[in-house]
Ligand binder design. Structure first.
Ligand code: NAP
Length: 289
């Protein structure tokens, strides 16, 4: 099979690496807008260099992408040197970017109409560590036959994948994920700040409550760094703001109320305007200091 991976960022770099390491029988092409990253990747893994998304997609059965936002996905798929210029009929595009459901549905239709290509929206959760350890979770929207074809490849970097429903459902499921996380992180921030203010040993407190009803991934993985105000890693505030904007716009369309999410979005705006653009999302605690 011929496969390509477009977007070797924090997430795409290790994901493409897993594809290369686990599939000696495929021809893997990689593309990244900044060429240095592609060269670095090719020093570490087996694959071939592509100059443009169109070159990467040529003759491919499956094209994976993981770029930034709606505009980036649009450009990579439909742009001047985009995937649609060269991708063969009946192939599959798997988009791992966190984007809107609207762009997923739109591109699904365009790909079908222009090339009979299947477009799966497949955003991921699990962060940089999940991508590096091959333990992401993936929520997918699109047709079942294409999902079944790409599943063995997704299993190279995921511990849990699910076909949620028709096109756009993967992105809608990712919105649910982000809504859960936003409120939770504020609660965790308030709890840790409170524990410190009342002079409790936070380590001792967390080591007992983490096994009870208050437990969460964020508690397990972030409490230590939050107590020390360390945020120079992880899932960037600018990405979270992009994601919450998508959630709030979608909620507005269907009349779903998201009062807490809307407030947290404003808190993140504050952090972003005060130099925390690339800080981890657990930096919400900073506003309580
Ligand atoms: P990143 O490190 O900033 O990487 C983004 C990648 O997309 C880079 O390779 C970048 O190329 C490429 N790109 C952006 N715009 C492009 C364009 N217009 N044309 C071509 N390539 C373009 O971001 P990331 O952390 O890997 O995140 C990627 C996606 O996964 C985002 O949608 C993010 O929300 C989502 N996500 C991230 C995490 C996380 O923990 N980081 C977790 C879950 C989901 P250059 O190298 O040239 O900039």
């Amino acid at each position: 099979m011929k496969v390509s991976f477009i977007g070797l960022g924090v997430m795409g770099y290790p994901m493409a690496g897993h594809l290369s390491n686990n599939n000696s029988n495929i021809e893997l092409k990689v593309y990244n807008r900044t060429t240095e990253k592609t060269k670095k990747w090719l020093n570490e893994y087996k694959g071939t260099f592509s100059k443009t998304p169109a070159e990467a997609a040529k003759d491919c059965d499956i094209v994976f992408l993981c770029v930034g936002n709606d505009n980036d996905v649009n450009q990579v798929v439909q742009g001047e040197n985009g995937v649609l210029k060269s991708i063969p009929k009946n192939s599959i595009i798997v988009d791992h970017t966190t984007a809107s459901a609207k762009i997923a549905i739109n591109l699904h239709q365009i790909c079908q109409n222009q090339k009979k290509v299947s477009f799966l929206d497949a955003p991921v959760s699990g962060g940089q560590a999940g991508a590096e350890n091959g333990k992401l979770t993936i929520m997918i929207g699109g047709d079942e036959a294409s999902y079944n074809k790409v599943l063995p490849f997704l299993n190279n970097y995921a511990k849990n994948t699910s076909l949620i429903g028709k096109s756009g459902s993967g992105q809608l499921a990712k919105m649910v994920n982000q809504i859960c996380i936003a409120g939770l992180l504020q609660g965790l921030s308030e709890a840790i700040n409170f524990a410190q203010k009342v002079d409790l040993d936070v380590e001792k407190v967390i080591s007992v409550i983490k096994d009870g009803a208050a437990s969460s991934w964020q508690m397990e993985n972030r409490y230590k760094t939050m107590t020390k105000d360390q945020f120079d890693f992880g899932f960037a505030v600018e990405w979270m703001r992009k994601d919450l904007k998508i959630c709030l716009e979608q909620a507005d369309k269907v009349g779903a109320r998201l009062p807490v999410t809307a407030i947290i979005d404003q808190f993140y705006s504050n952090i972003l305007n005060n130099g925390g653009r690339r800080w981890d999302t657990s930096s919400l605690i900073k506003l309580l200091r």
